[in-house]
Design a protein around this ligand. Structure first.
Ligand code: C2E
Ligand code: CA
Ligand code: CA
Length: 516
């Protein structure tokens, strides 16, 4: 990794911090939504229970309605008192006319002032206390009948605030009527003085149940409810930062090992022969790098090439391919009908400057173009932009009769734009498609369409990853012009490749002599 110059502990701390904070934020958000849902359910429950009590008050006031406007006689009083005794939760029934209560089940025929405007929606009044029990809150239900008469049913606050206590003893719930709030201690206040509340309105009576959520969503409730999530967040933060640091260390070590391996010439080009589909003779080969570090595990090119592209050593690795191959093949003379193709894998990076041209020129100085033709394999998996520099490089390659091949064709998403940009001489079918040619219809369609396109463009087609006879036969029947794969040969050192060519030549010579 290029930009990891800061100490590993700092990296660890950073990863830990980022994951820990995001984990905590997520857990907090989860707790909030969970508690909010729970609180809403409690509000609904509380509202239903308060409605039930007010239902009793309503029923008492309806029962008393038949005496509305009647004189406060003993018989009226005893009838009303009988209702108070029979109906649960109700403390008193009072008869009023206009602004005067004139008959109460508690005091009998006495007069008290009353103002209908104090009642929310003319129906409900929350009081801190009254003359009878000045320190005990109550709620009054008002039933306005006719001719200025009304019946008032009082309910002791005790029944109401007990609901709040029952719902949750630690609750911060209030019953709100108009602009008054009754707390779970039965105290009636006119201002709540909190910012964050949620509430549930009753659909039957003009009251709401209000929850002070600033008291609910606190750090201590968070710790209480989410200690298991917090423990998990800590665990995952530590684990991730540990794994990330291991990965970074691995990359740093691999980076250092790669530089050392290049210096010690532990990375060298091998070649995998490519065969002509018609006569199954060697038509050339693909240069593939092999990292043979003494006493260590084999490191696949897929891993170190990616790293080399990131840290810039790909430039040196490509040079190694060209220089070593040229040295190995320079004294070799192989009089075939057509030159053998030597395919080099090149990265997007090489199309940004002219270094690749110098490498091709170097190769051609050592190795006769009549014997070996350079093919540059451009993989579709990398993005090469159609810039002026790229076009110049491509033009110069064409002038030198260097062939271009589109590697891994069909696996990326650039196929048609690359066809246009590179005007390739070869299209290479990836081993992913070759492996499916026998049974997979999609692979068969892809291969057919690549072959159709190649024919129209006048390109040769190399099928990579041929592993058995059936694949070979099917690909040949479909129109593939070249084979490459373990069925024919695995990648081999360059001198072994030369031996293979020598044997082919000897076999050819024998055949010719036999014919003569
Ligand atoms: P690639 O260009 O697609 O190369 C073909 C890969 O398929 C090679 O893997 C080869 O060994 C493997 N292969 C060939 N025949 C068969 C077969 O019949 N069956 C199977 N399963 N695999 C087969 P390798 O050598 O591990 O290379 C992997 C990749 O590394 C290459 O993929 C190429 O993208 C990159 N690479 C290798 N050498 C170089 C190099 O010198 N320069 C650059 N830029 N990339 C290279
Ligand atoms: Ca390739
Ligand atoms: Ca491939």
């Amino acid at each position: 990794m290029k930009n990891l110059e800061f100490p590993i502990w700092l990296f660890n701390a950073f990863v830990f911090f980022v994951i820990f904070i995001s984990g905590l934020a997520f857990s907090y958000w989860k707790m909030e939504s969970m508690l909010e849902q729970q609180t809403r359910n409690q509000l609904v429950q509380a509202a239903v229970r308060v409605e039930a009590i007010l239902g009793h008050a309503k029923s008492a006031s309806e029962k008393g309605a038949m005496y509305a406007g009647s004189t406060c006689t003993d018989s009226v009083l005893s009838a009303l008192r009988a209702h108070v005794a029979a109906i649960p939760d109700v403390r008193s029934i009072n008869l009023a006319k206009y602004n005067q209560i004139y008959c109460t089940t508690v005091y009998g025929s006495r007069h008290f002032d009353v103002d209908g405007k104090d009642y929310t929606q003319g129906k409900l009044l929350l009081l801190n206390g009254n003359e009878l029990t000045p320190y005990r809150s109550l709620i009054v239900y008002r039933n306005l009948t006719s001719y200025g008469n009304s019946v008032l049913a009082g309910v002791d606050g005790y029944y109401l605030y007990n609901i709040l206590k029952l719902i949750d003893s630690k609750s911060h719930f209030y019953i709100q009527v108009g602009n008054k709030f009754m707390s779970k201690d039965g105290i009636v206040i006119t201002q709540l003085g909190v910012e964050k509340t949620i509430s549930q309105d009753s659909s039957l009576y003009p009251f709401s149940i209000v929850a002070d959520i600033s008291q609910i969503y606190t750090f201590s409730t968070f710790l209480q409810h989410s200690w298991d999530s917090i423990a998990l967040v800590v665990f995952f933060s530590v684990l991730t930062s540990f794994l990330m640091s291991r990965y970074v260390l691995y990359r740093k070590t691999l980076d250092a090992r790669l530089h050392k391996a290049i210096k010690k010439a532990e990375i060298s080009p091998w070649i995998q022969p490519i065969y002509d589909a018609e006569n199954e003779q060697i038509a050339g080969g693909e240069i593939l790098l092999r990292w043979l570090e003494p006493g260590k595990d084999y490191i696949a090119p897929d891993i170190f090439i990616k790293l080399a592209e990131e840290n810039g050593t790909i430039k040196e690795l490509t040079s190694i391919c060209f220089i070593n191959t040229a040295k190995e093949l320079k004294e070799f003379s192989f009089a075939g009908y057509t030159p053998l193709i030597i395919c080099f894998n090149v990265s997007a990076w090489h199309f940004k400057n002219k270094d690749i041209l110098s490498l091709c020129d170097y190769f051609s100085r050592f190795v006769s173009p009549n014997l070996f033709r350079i093919v540059l394999e451009v993989t579709e998996r990398e993005i090469i932009t159609d810039s002026l520099e790229t076009q110049e490089v491509i033009e110069s390659l064409k002038e030198r009769h260097i062939a271009l091949s589109l590697d891994d064709f069909g696996t990326g998403n650039a196929n048609y734009s690359y066809v246009k940009l590179f005007s390739p001489d070869y299209l290479k079918i990836d081993k992913m498609f070759t492996s499916g040619v026998e049974n997979d219809r999609v692979c068969q369609y892809v291969i057919s369409s690549i072959i159709n396109l190649a024919r129209k463009l006048g390109c040769a087609i190399i099928a990579e990853g041929v592993e058995n006879e059936t694949q070979k036969q099917m690909l040949r029947a479909m129109g593939v012009t070249h084979f490459q794969g373990y069925y024919f040969s695995i990648p081999v050192p360059l001198n072994e490749f030369k031996n293979m060519l020598e044997q082919t030549r000897a076999a050819d010579d024998n055949a010719v002599q036999g014919y003569e």
